[in-house]
Design a protein around this ligand. Structure first.
Ligand code: ADP
Ligand code: MG
Length: 395
């Protein structure tokens, strides 16, 4: 699907997005830059992506008229968050190219299917998920092996940013936690001693060729990504983790016949050895918060790669040209001592290499992702120093 005007029709080629959040908004910007029009389907009348799109279809994700309108307007369709009902994607895929495909999204939507997929891939890659078991009924709860405790109980579906998760010490707490989660299908996984968290972002074309960004290191606060770092002068992780993580992510994508941008999260955990061990955590079938730095620190962003993969255009290997530190900006920045407050952007923007991204959200609620700040520099220590200063000024 080539960008620009469609020959013989007085309109530009149009790409569709299911979902109207910030990831969709940044996709819209990348697609529009290349000459595509974009249609967004999201029920929220003021969604971040809907407000940036050429066309906003404000219906539910399973609304037949809305889906029909999206298909009619668009040459190809993608999704920007993994909880778009896979059935809606199946409907769309019957008539239009949809990337990633409904099956890959369905696997990523369900931790039981996801971990089963990871277990299968681990046979080839050697990178397994944390030991886990599915809890779908009282028998499974009763049969949980002791070695999974202490553990973390996670709902199989709809969890994000640490929501839908309860850490448990023993069987009594596990039973209480499952009650608290309304006995929905869950996974229990062993709680691991994390040394570090990383993620890998790749883009894979329909021809099976893929390109990837370097391993990026992540820090979470209260279950929400807080900071991502990347270093062009060598991985901050030992040399082996990057190659292992990349190979594991590629195997995970290939086994799903994945098309589009995929993020895979990893842990390095203590296993008694001096180096530790790499563990695969979860995947996101879309661009990812930990790849926002690619807009400012790489020659091709994760959003442009998503556009290219969806349109069937060539994927070129992205080059990280700067060290980068990304800080997520949560709604908390707009509150001080319980009062609404404006962050001092004018001061923050005096710092070198600061790139401010705000998503156009109208309400700054605590914990809500309002934007991010990427600091680029020639090396990681410089980027860190600026990011640290910005974080101080933002509170
Ligand atoms: P979410 O979908 O909310 O991102 P994750 O499975 O990634 O769910 O869990 C969120 C965070 O919780 C992880 O980034 C990590 O810090 C921590 N965590 C998750 N699983 C484990 C585990 N098995 N052991 C230790 N920490 C974990
Ligand atoms: Mg996660």
């Amino acid at each position: 699907i080539l960008p620009g005007p469609v020959p013989g029709a007085s309109r530009p080629a149009t790409l569709g997005v299911m979902g109207g959040g910030q990831l969709g908004r940044m996709f819209v910007h990348a697609a529009q830059t290349m000459g595509y029009a974009v249609a967004v389907l999201d029920p929220d009348p003021v969604s971040p992506a809907g407000r940036a799109a050429d066309v906003h279809i404000a219906t539910g994700y399973e609304d037949e008229a809305g889906l029909a309108q999206l298909m009619q307007r668009c040459e190809a369709i993608t999704t920007e968050f993994e909880n778009v009902p896979a059935a809606a994607l199946t409907t769309l895929a019957a008539q239009r190219p949809v990337a990633p495909g409904p099956h890959a999204v369905a696997v990523a939507q369900d931790r039981i299917a996801e971990k089963t997929h990871f277990d299968r891939c681990a046979a080839h890659t050697g990178v397994a998920p944390a030991p886990w078991v599915a809890i779908t009924n009282a028998e499974a709860l009763a049969q949980v092996p002791d070695r999974l405790l202490p553990g973390i109980l996670k709902t199989a579906r709809l969890g994000y940013d640490g929501k839908g998760q309860i850490s448990v010490e023993d069987r009594a707490q596990l039973a209480q936690a499952w009650d608290a989660l309304h006995r929905v299908p869950c996974v229990l996984e062993q709680r691991l001693a994390l040394r570090a968290e990383y993620s890998v972002i790749l883009a894979r074309g329909a021809d099976g060729q893929s390109v990837h960004y370097p391993l990026q290191r992540n820090w979470h606060r209260n279950g929400i990504l807080a900071v991502t770092e990347v270093d062009p002068n060598g991985s901050a992780a030992g040399p082996d983790w990057a190659a292992q993580a990349m190979a594991a992510a590629e195997a995970i994508a290939a086994a799903l016949h994945y098309v589009g941008v995929l993020c895979v999260e990893f842990f390095v955990v203590d296993d008694g050895s001096s180096t530790g061990r790499l563990v695969v955590n979860e995947m996101a079938p879309r661009p990812h918060n930990s790849g926002h730095y690619t807009i400012d620190a790489c020659d091709v962003s994760q959003f442009e790669l998503q556009v290219r993969a969806l349109a069937g255009l060539p994927l070129t290997a992205p080059r990280l040209h700067s060290a980068a530190v990304m800080l997520n900006l949560l709604g908390d920045c707009w509150w001080r001592d319980g009062q609404p407050h404006s962050p001092d952007w004018a001061r923050v923007l005096t710092l070198p290499g600061v790139h401010l991204h705000l998503y156009g959200k109208l309400q700054a609620r605590p914990g809500r992702k309002m934007g991010h700040l990427t600091v680029t520099a020639t090396d990681l220590p410089r980027a860190r120093a600026v990011a640290w200063q910005a974080a101080q000024w933002l509170g």
